[in-house]
Design a protein around this ligand. Structure first.
Ligand code: NAD
Length: 193
């Protein structure tokens, strides 16, 4: 399969790319290097199974994609692009990139949903356990609605992920997108809230 990974030069995206290639797939990695690094994908340079597009996902559409991979033959899109660290002392934290974080999880997710429909690909959106805000329930079940704030210090991240999930589920319901949102638990989350 040909698979697109956004956030391909980040922590999770670079490992996902490695795994997909190890499994025999071709990977189109997309990243604007905002919080990621070329060092994470350096070992893939020259690998015929890996192509890198230095691009902001908010700019993606099927036409731009065709410049890099002429046939509409991408079967799956893993949308992992987004600043992810809540640690305000880390220069790569989403706290340092409020507008970029909101854009990539909302406009970027929307663009990718449109693109996935145009090229007939499945889409997986990397959400977060932060969609539960400062949860009053541990562990959180999918039925839990969260303890959230639209204006709190982390709202740029968790509210944009929440709306990202809304975008994906709306494309699934109204436009037959084969789409999924998954959340990764971040150990110690509540201690840094
Ligand atoms: N690491 C975790 O524990 C964790 C937990 C929950 C959710 N997540 C989610 O998983 C995904 C990956 O997290 P990570 O830890 O690998 O973060 P990371 O910062 O290491 O990787 C994110 C990558 O996305 C890229 N990026 C950001 N905005 C972009 C844009 N507009 N266009 C293209 N590329 C862009 C960055 O340059 C970076 O390479 C994120 O969506 C994050 O919200 C991660």
């Amino acid at each position: 399969m040909k698979v697109m990974v956004t956030g391909a030069a980040g922590f999770l995206g670079s490992h996902l790319g490695d795994k997909l290639i190890e499994l025999g797939h071709e990977v189109i990695g997309v990243d604007n290097l905002l919080t990621g690094s070329r060092d994470n994908i350096k070992h893939l340079e020259g690998n015929p199974k890996f192509k890198f597009m230095e691009l902001d996902v908010t700019e993606i559409n099927s036409e731009i994609l065709r410049r890099f991979t002429p046939r509409d033959d991408i079967s799956q899109i893993y949308h992992l692009a987004s600043p992810a660290s809540p640690n305000k002392n880390n220069s790569k934290s989403y706290i340092s990139f409020p507008f970029e974080t909101m854009q990539v999880n909302t406009v970027g997710t929307w663009q990718l949903c449109e693109t996935a429909i145009q090229i007939g690909a499945k889409l997986l959106f990397a959400s977060t356990s932060e969609v539960y805000g400062d949860p009053l329930e541990h562990p959180q079940k999918e039925s839990y609605r969260g303890n959230v704030s639209t204006t709190g210090p982390r709202a740029i991240y968790d509210e944009s992920k929440r709306f990202g999930e809304t975008i994906v589920s709306s494309f699934v319901r109204a436009k037959n997108l084969d789409g999924y949102s998954v959340s990764f638990a971040r150990p110690g989350l509540t201690s840094v809230w």
